[in-house]
Design a protein around this ligand. Structure first.
Ligand code: PEP
Ligand code: MG
Length: 790
C-alpha cells in the first residue's frame, strides 16, 4: 500500500478515535472505515471478556450483525483466538485450509477466503485485549505493509477499548468510601508593599526578561485542604456538576492547544482524559456518592480512592498505570471544585513563569510561546527541564529559594539568566537598567548571527565542528539561524513526554523524517529514548525506585521494553533513508548493553528488509559516554561502535556523585573537575586509537570556560544549545591549538576544579576576547569572577 494512502487511513482512524465518546459507536465506525479503505469485505473487532480467557465479537462490517455479542470463542480457539493468545498477527491467503481455522455459522463467514488478524495490544503491555480482523472473499496475499498498517490501526483503537473496559469494570466496583473534611486555607496573598525584592538562584539559561509573574502551582494536596460543604445537599451536587463541566472545557482546551503546537498525536492523552470524564460509570458513581455524602469533595475523594485501590490490585503494570489517568482527571476536578486553579485566563505574552521545579513535562503543558522567562524554587541547571529552557532560549534561573513564598501573581519580575538574579516589583530605575541590558544582549546576538558563515577554526586552522542540541521541531529554525552545522543531539523524549507513554513507530517516523528533511545535507544525530531518572512519565512501566538516576533509566529502560525500542529503531532507520542520520545510544555502561542494542537494531533492519522498506545500511551507530565505566572501558566500546558523544551532564553527575537536579549540591556540580576531565581524556584517546569521531554534547560544550579545555583535549565536535553556537565559535576562533593543548595538560594535572577554571579564564583573557565588541561583555564578568577567586 502506498505511503500517502497509509497515512490518510491512519489519520482517519485517529480522527474517529479522537471523537470517541462511546466504545460501540467507535468500533462500528472503525470497522466500517477499515473495511472500506483496505478494500476488505469484512472488518471485525473481537474483544477479550473480563475473564481474560474468552473473546466476543463486538463489532463488524460485513459479517451478520446479529452475531455481534453472540459469537464467543476461547483464547487459542480458531485463528482469531490464536492471535489473541500469541499476541502475534496472522495473515492467510486460504484461511480455511489452516488446521486452526474454525467457522462460526452465525456470522455467515464461510464465503470468506483470506484473513488478516492482528492483536489489539497497548504499548508496554503483553496482554491482548482483542483482535482486529479483515477478511476477503477472493483470495488475497497479504504483504508486510498490510500487516503493519492494520497493526497501527489496532494500536490507535486499543487505548479507547482499554479505557472503556477499565471504566466499566470500575463502575461495578463497590468499595468503601473514606472521609475527608476540607476547606481551602490558601487565600489571596496581600499585595506587596516593598519594591526591588532581590532573590538569587542558579543561572540556568542566559538572557534577560521582564514580565508579569505567572504562577504554576504544584498540584493541590487534597489530603490537606479544608472544605466546608454547602448546607444544601442539592447545591453540592450542582457544584460537583459545574466542576466536571469546567474540567471538561479545560481538558478540551489543553487538547486543542497541545495538538496545535506539537501535532495531533501529542494530544492523545487528552482524549483519554475526556473519555474518563464522560464515562457514564464514573459520572454515576460521583452522583451517587454526592447524594450519600452531601459533600462534593468527600464524594470525589471516595470515588477516586475506590478507583485507586482497584487499580493498585491489578498485576499487569501497564493496566495498573492507567489508574494514574483517572487520578489525574480527579485531581483536575477537585481543583476546579476548590477554585484553586486561578489560571483560567490565558497567559499573557511575555510572562515570567514561577514554578516549584522545572520539569521537562512542563514544556508540553504550558503555552511556551508566551513565556519570557522561568524561575523555579528548586532544581539545578542541568536538569532536563532546564535544558529544554536553554534549548528554547528562554532565560531561566533555578533553585531560587523563597520565590514560591514571595512572588505574587501578576507582579513585575526581572530575571537575569546570566547572573541568577531575580527581582520582584523592580522600581523604574532597575527596569530601565535591565531593558538596556536586554537590548545590548539582543544586538550582540544579532551581530554574531550575521557572522554565522565564518568557519569555526582556531587561529592556526584547526577545525572544530559546532552543532546543535535540539528536542522540538520548533527548535530547528534556531539551528540555521545561529550557524550550527548540524544536529549533534536530537533528544527524542519530548514526544514521549507529551504523549505520556512510548510513542508509536508511525508518530516517530513522521517526526524524524520532518527533522531530517528540514536539515537537508547536514548530519542529524538521533538519540534513542532517554526516559526514566528525572524524566519519569506514566505508562512506561516504571516502578517506584529509591534512586531513579541509578535505576532503570535510559538504555536500560529501552532494553526492558523491547517492542517500544524496536519501534523507535525502525523509525530512525526509516528516517536514515532520507538524509544523514546517525543513531546515538544513551547511557551505555558496558559492552553487553551495546551488543544487545545492536542486536535489536539488526532485527529492526531485518524487519524493514522483509517489508522492502528503505534505510541507510551504513547509518553510523554511536554511544554516549556518560557513565564513568564507559569512559574507563572506552577502548573496548570504541571497537564496537562508530562514534562517541560525551554526555557531560550525566558524566559529571555520576563521577562526582552530585544529583544534577538538586540545588543543594549544585555548587559541587562541575564538569571542569579534573576527575571528569581525566575521563574525557581517556575517551578521546580511545576514540583516536580506534579512528572514530568524538564529540561533547553535554551542557559543558556551551560553557565558555570549558571551550579551551575541550578543544585542547582534542574534542572534534561541540554540540550545545543553538543560541550558544555563535559565542563558542568566537572563542574557538580566538584560540591557538598548541596553547590549548598545553592548558589541557595542566588541567589534567590540576587537583581542584578552581585551578582548572583559572587556567581557562587566563586563556580567555590572553586570547583578547575580553575586548571583543560582542562577546567581551559576556566573558568579562566570568573571567573576572574566576580570577578574583584564584
Ligand atoms: C548528558 O548527560 O550530558 C546529555 C547530553 O544527556 P541528557 O542531558 O539528555 O541526559
Ligand atoms: Mg545524559
Amino acid at each position: 500500500m502506498a505511503i500517502p494512502d497509509r497515512i490518510s487511513i491512519l489519520a482517519d482512524v485517529a480522527e474517529i478515535v479522537s471523537r470517541s465518546h462511546d466504545l460501540q459507536e467507535t468500533l462500528a465506525n472503525v470497522t466500517e472505515l477499515v473495511a472500506r479503505r483496505l478494500e476488505a469485505d469484512v472488518c471485525s473487532v473481537y474483544l477479550t471478556d473480563t475473564d481474560l480467557s474468552h473473546l466476543t465479537l463486538r463489532a463488524t462490517k460485513g459479517l451478520d450483525p446479529e452475531a455481534v455479542g453472540q459469537v464467543r470463542l476461547a483464547l487459542g480457539e480458531g485463528l482469531v483466538g490464536l492471535v489473541a493468545e500469541k499476541g502475534e498477527p496472522i495473515a492467510m491467503e486460504h484461511a480455511s485450509e489452516d488446521p486452526h481455522y474454525r467457522y462460526f455459522p452465525q456470522t455467515g463467514e464461510e464465503r470468506y477466503e483470506s484473513l488478516l488478524a492482528v492483536p489489539l495490544t497497548m504499548q508496554g503491555s503483553t496482554i491482548a485485549i482483542g483482535v482486529l480482523v479483515t477478511q476477503t472473499e477472493t483470495p488475497r496475499q497479504f504483504h508486510a505493509d498490510d500487516i503493519d498498517l492494520l497493526q497501527t490501526c489496532a494500536q490507535l483503537i486499543a487505548p479507547v477499548v482499554v479505557n472503556a473496559q477499565l471504566l466499566s469494570l470500575m463502575s461495578r466496583s463497590d468499595e468503601t468510601r473514606s472521609e475527608v473534611v476540607a476547606r481551602i486555607t490558601d487565600g489571596q496573598r496581600a499585595p506587596r508593599a516593598e519594591s526591588n525584592v532581590e532573590l538569587r538562584g542558579i543561572p540556568t539559561s542566559r538572557g534577560v526578561a521582564i514580565g508579569p509573574v505567572y504562577r504554576v502551582e504544584s498540584p493541590v494536596d487534597v489530603d490537606h485542604v479544608e472544605y466546608t460543604p454547602d448546607e444544601s445537599p442539592a447545591q453540592e451536587a450542582v457544584d460537583l456538576e459545574t466542576a466536571l463541566e469546567a474540567t471538561r472545557r479545560e481538558i478540551e482546551e489543553a487538547r486543542e492547544n497541545v495538538g496545535e503546537r506539537f501535532g495531533p498525536e501529542f494530544a492523545a492523552v487528552f482524549h483519554t482524559h475526556l473519555q474518563i470524564l464522560e464515562d457514564k460509570g464514573f459520572v454515576q458513581n460521583l452522583e451517587q456518592a454526592v447524594a450519600v455524602e452531601a459533600n462534593a469533595l468527600k464524594a470525589l475523594r471516595s470515588v477516586l480512592d475506590a478507583y485507586r485501590e482497584t487499580f493498585e490490585r491489578i498485576e499487569d503494570p501497564y493496566f495498573r498505570e492507567r489508574g494514574a489517568d483517572i487520578q489525574d482527571v480527579g485531581q483536575r476536578v477537585i481543583e476546579q471544585l476548590l477554585g484553586v486553579r486561578d489560571h483560567h485566563e490565558p497567559m499573557q505574552p511575555g510572562s515570567v513563569l514561577v514554578v516549584d521545579v522545572v520539569l521537562a513535562g512542563l514544556f508540553s503543558k504550558i503555552e511556551m510561546e508566551n513565556v519570557a522567562a522561568i524561575v523555579s524554587e528548586h532544581g539545578g541547571s542541568t536538569s532536563h527541564g532546564a535544558i529544554f529552557a536553554r534549548t528554547l532560549e528562554i532565560p531561566a534561573v533555578t533553585g531560587v529559594i523563597g520565590i514560591a513564598d514571595e512572588a505574587r501573581e501578576g507582579e513585575t519580575c526581572i530575571v537575569d539568566g546570566s547572573t541568577g538574579a531575580v527581582y520582584l516589583s523592580p522600581d523604574e530605575g532597575l527596569q530601565t537598567y535591565y531593558q538596556n541590558a536586554q537590548h545590548q544582549y539582543e544586538v550582540a546576538v544579532e551581530h554574531l548571527d550575521a557572522l554565522r558563515e565564518r568557519p569555526a577554526e582556531t587561529r592556526d586552522g584547526h577545525v572544530v565542528k559546532l552543532s546543535a542540541n535540539v528536542g522540538l521541531l520548533a527548535d530547528l529554525r534556531l539551528v540555521g539561524q545561529h550557524g550550527a552545522e548540524g544536529i549533534g543531539l536530537f533528544r527524542t523524549e519530548l514526544l514521549a513526554l507529551a504523549h505520556r507513554g512510548f510513542p508509536s513507530q508511525e508518530e516517530q517516523e513522521q517526526l524524524y523524517s520532518r527533522v531530517v528533511d528540514q536539515m537537508g545535507d547536514a548530519a542529524v544525530t538521533i538519540r534513542t529514548l532517554d526516559l526514566g531518572g528525572d524524566k519519569g512519565i506514566p505508562n512506561i512501566g516504571l516502578e517506584f525506585e529509591e534512586n531513579p538516576q541509578l535505576g532503570c533509566r535510559s538504555i536500560r529502560l529501552a532494553l526492558d521494553n523491547e517492542r517500544a525500542f524496536k519501534a523507535q529503531l525502525r523509525a530512525i532507520l526509516r528516517a536514515s533513508a532520507e538524509g544523514r542520520v546517525r543513531l546515538l545510544l544513551p547511557m551505555i555502561s558496558n559492552v553487553e548493553e551495546l551488543r544487545e542494542a545492536k542486536a535489536h537494531l539488526e532485527e529492526a533492519r531485518q524487519q524493514l528488509d522483509d517489508r522492502g522498506l528503505a534505510y541507510d545500511p551504513h547509518m553510523p551507530v554511536g554511544i554516549m559516554i556518560e557513565v564513568p565505566s564507559a569512559a574507563i572501558l572506552a577502548p573496548a566500546l570504541a571497537a564496537e561502535c562508530d562514534f562517541f558523544s560525551i554526555g557531560t551532564n550525566d558524566l559529571t553527575q555520576y563521577t562526582l556523585a552530585v544529583d544534577r537536579g538538586n540545588e543543594r549540591v549544585a555548587h559541587l556540580f562541575d564538569p571542569l573537575h579534573p576527575a571528569v576531565l581525566r575521563l574525557i581524556d581517556a575517551s578521546v584517546h580511545a576514540a583516536q586509537s580506534a579512528g572514530i569521531p568524538i564529540s561533547v554534547c553535554g551542557e559543558m560544550a556551551s560553557n565558555p570556560l570549558a571551550v579551551p579545555i575541550l578543544v585542547g583535549l582534542g574534542i572534534g565536535e561541540l554540540s550545545g544549545v543553538p543560541a550558544a553556537v555563535p559565542l563558542v565559535k568566537e572563542i574557538v576562533r580566538a584560540l591557538d591549538s598548541l596553547d590549548v593543548a598545553d592548558d589541557a595538560r595542566q588541567a589534567l594535572q590540576a587537583s581542584s576544579p578552581a585551578d582548572v577554571h583559572a587556567i581557562a579564564a587566563r586563556r580567555l583573557q590572553k586570547s583578547g576576547l575580553l575586548s571583543h565588541p560582542d562577546v567581551g561583555a559576556w566573558l568579562e564578568q566570568t573571567v573576572e569572577t574566576v580570577l578574583a577567586g584564584a
